[in-house]
Design a protein around this ligand. Structure first.
Ligand SMILES: [Zn+2]
Length: 321
């Protein structure tokens, strides 16, 4: 059974929490909570937010909903204020052993993250806060910097920094709660369907159909928004010609020739702005290796392996996301 984590973005609605500059604690906490939920998506864990909008939720409601869910962990997100700087975390004043253990792990990971940006570690603390007292599972409350301190505020106002913070909280939860990745089963039919839904392909393909050059050129031109002709009829020669004109391929391939992994990797890398000027000659192994480095493929392929629609759609979807 999956673990359940309740993420509690502090304050909300009529209660803005602490305020600093044009930042309100309630907004920062909700944004980090949503980013954290997204970060945890690949993990085998059920995530609930005590609020997913700018609404007021009473403190006891927050704990009660976590209790009735029989959540495994409760993490409350706040920002500090009132004349200080840096990071601190709280657990209940009479904590369980598992709450102490989780705080040790989570706090240390976050303190190290904040230290990289010059923020001090204010320590692992304990307090008789309502959400910590009333929640029946191990809990933690994070005070992520001081919203009313200029340095802390600059950090919190930065969308990228908030995303990095959410990713670090995710890392901390994964370690503290020993979360595992979901078992992903490959769904080539679904991958092809996603291309249809996105308007990138118009006719159906089976996962074990081999991709040909005309099809590849058409998909790549649609991906890069290159409109090739105004006529209704598909013209694969013109699609290939467009790739050639734009320097994505060096040869005018025949539309119904089958695609091999080496050329496919090369065109995709060029589309992604990856070129290898240091190579004296074309190096298809390196082109394929680059796809693996970019996490578009999990296992290496031979340059002369045929490219099938199921795997093609999967790689293209990973490239798009
Ligand atoms: Zn708060």
């Amino acid at each position: 059974m999956s673990k359940i984590i309740v993420i509690d973005p502090g304050h909300g609605g009529k209660d803005p929490g602490a305020v600093g500059g044009n930042l309100q604690e309630k907004d920062i906490c909700l944004d980090i909570a949503r980013k954290l939920r997204l970060e945890l998506q690949p993990y085998d864990v059920e995530i609930r937010l005590t609020r997913d909008r700018d609404i007021f939720v009473a403190l006891n409601t927050r704990s009660e909903s976590a209790n009735s869910l029989r959540a495994d962990y409760f993490i409350s997100l706040h920002n500090n204020a009132g004349g200080g700087t840096g990071f601190e975390s709280f657990i209940f004043s009479i904590p369980s052993a598992s709450a102490i253990q989780a705080q040790d792990i989570i706090h240390n990971i976050l303190a190290a993250f904040f230290a990289k940006y010059g923020f001090i570690d204010r320590g692992k603390k304990r307090a008789n806060f309502a959400v910590l007292r009333r929640s029946q599972m191990p809990c933690i409350l994070l005070e992520n910097l001081f919203i009313d301190h200029p340095n802390d505020q600059t950090f919190l106002a930065d969308e990228t920094k908030r995303r990095l913070l959410a990713a670090t909280i995710k890392d901390a939860l994964v370690k503290a709660l020993d979360l595992k990745l979901k078992e992903v089963t490959w769904d080539p039919v679904g991958e092809i369907a996603r291309l249809t839904t996105a308007g990138i392909i118009s006719s159906p393909h089976l996962p074990l159909d081999v991709v040909n050059w005309g099809e590849l050129a058409t998909v790549f031109n649609r991906l890069r928004g290159r409109v090739v002709q105004g006529t209704l009829n598909w013209n694969p020669e013109l699609e290939i010609r467009a790739l050639y004109d734009d320097n994505l391929i060096n040869t005018l391939h025949k539309p119904f020739n089958s695609l091999l992994w080496g050329p496919f990797a090369t065109v995709l890398n060029r589309l992604r702005g990856r070129r290898f000027p240091d190579e004296p000659a074309w190096n298809p192994e390196r082109e394929i290796k680059q796809l693996q480095l970019d996490k578009l493929i999990n296992t290496l392929r031979q340059p002369t392996d045929l490219l099938y629609w199921g795997e093609f759609a999967t790689v293209i979807n990973r490239h798009r996301s």
